[in-house]
Design a binder for this molecule. Structure first.
Ligand code: DX5
Ligand code: ZN
Length: 229
C-alpha cells in the first residue's frame, strides 16, 4: 500500500473513538468494507482526553484484517510511535507539535514496517514542514481540534489540504492526504474537492444505524467530488 502521485479511489477510515469500547472486535467487524480502521491514541497530556494504547492496538490487530491507522495524540511520539509499527499498525501518524525529531521518528516507523504519517492541528501551518514531508507517506490534516469526536468540521483548514495536494500533483511529495474531524455526508465533498483522499469518520459511521452503508455513502460522495476537482 503506497501513496500515489495521482488520486485514485477515496479511502474511508472509520474511527473507533465513536465505537463501543467494550465490543471493539465486533465494532471492527461492523466496518469490514472500510479501507483503514482509524485508532485514536490519546494520553491525557497532548490532548485532554485518554483512550487506549499499545495492548489494545495489539489485540485489535489480531481481531481484524483491516489495516490499522493509528493516530497518536500523545507526548513523546519519538519514543512511542515506532512501537505501534512493531505491533502491526499499517500506518502510524504522530503530531508534529509533539515531536522532537520528526524525520528520525518517521524513519524508525518505516524501518519497523509501517507507513509514517505526520499530523497538524488546525492552527499549525504546513509550509515549514513541506521539506520533511518527503520522509512521510501520510499527511493528516486535522479538521477539528484533536481530542474528541463529534465536533464540527473546520472548513478554514482546507487551504492546507489544497497546498498538500498541489505539492503531490507537482511531484514534490508522494503522500496520502487524510482529513480527520467532522467528516460527514455534508462535509466530505468539500474535503475531497480540496484534495483529500483518505477520510476519517467517527460519529458519521458509528452513529449511523448501518455503519457499512454509511461508509459506502461517504465513499460515493467523495468519489464524485474527487472526479469534479
Ligand atoms: C479527534 C479524533 C478523530 C475523531 C473524529 O481528535 O482524531 O479521529 O474520532 O470523530 P468525528 O468523525 O466524530 O469528528
Ligand atoms: Zn483521529
Amino acid at each position: 500500500m503506497t501513496a500515489q502521485h495521482g488520486r485514485s479511489e477515496p479511502m474511508i477510515a472509520p474511527s473507533i473513538l465513536s465505537a463501543d469500547f467494550a465490543r471493539l472486535g465486533e465494532e471492527a467487524e461492523a466496518v469490514s468494507n472500510a479501507d483503514w480502521l482509524h485508532v485514536d491514541v490519546m494520553d491525557a497530556h497532548f490532548v485532554p482526553n485518554l483512550t487506549l494504547g499499545l495492548p489494545v492496538v495489539e489485540s485489535l490487530r489480531r481481531a481484524t484484517d483491516l489495516p490499522l491507522d493509528c493516530h497518536l495524540m500523545i507526548d513523546d511520539p519519538d519514543h512511542w510511535a515506532p512501537r505501534y509499527a512493531e505491533v502491526g499498525a499499517a500506518n502510524v501518524t504522530f503530531h508534529v507539535e509533539a515531536a522532537h525529531d520528526p524525520v528520525a521518528t518517521a524513519r524508525a516507523i518505516r524501518a519497523a514496517g509501517a507507513l509514517a504519517g505526520l499530523s497538524v492541528k488546525p492552527g499549525t501551518p504546513l509550509e515549514p514542514y513541506l521539506e520533511i514531508l518527503r520522509e512521510f507517506d501520510t499527511l493528516l490534516v486535522m479538521t477539528v481540534e484533536p481530542g474528541f469526536g463529534g465536533q464540527s468540521f473546520m472548513p478554514e483548514v482546507l487551504p492546507k489540504v489544497r497546498l498538500a495536494r498541489n505539492e503531490v500533483r507537482a511531484g514534490h511529495l508522494r503522500l496520502f492526504v487524510e482529513v480527520d474531524g467532522g467528516i460527514a455526508p455534508e462535509t466530505i465533498a468539500a474535503a475531497a474537492e480540496a484534495g483529500a483522499d483518505v477520510f476519517v469518520a467517527g460519529s458519521a459511521v458509528y452513529g449511523a444505524e448501518d455503519p457499512g452503508k454509511a461508509i459506502e455513502a461517504l465513499r460515493v460522495t467523495a468519489r464524485a467530488a474527487m472526479a469534479r476537482s
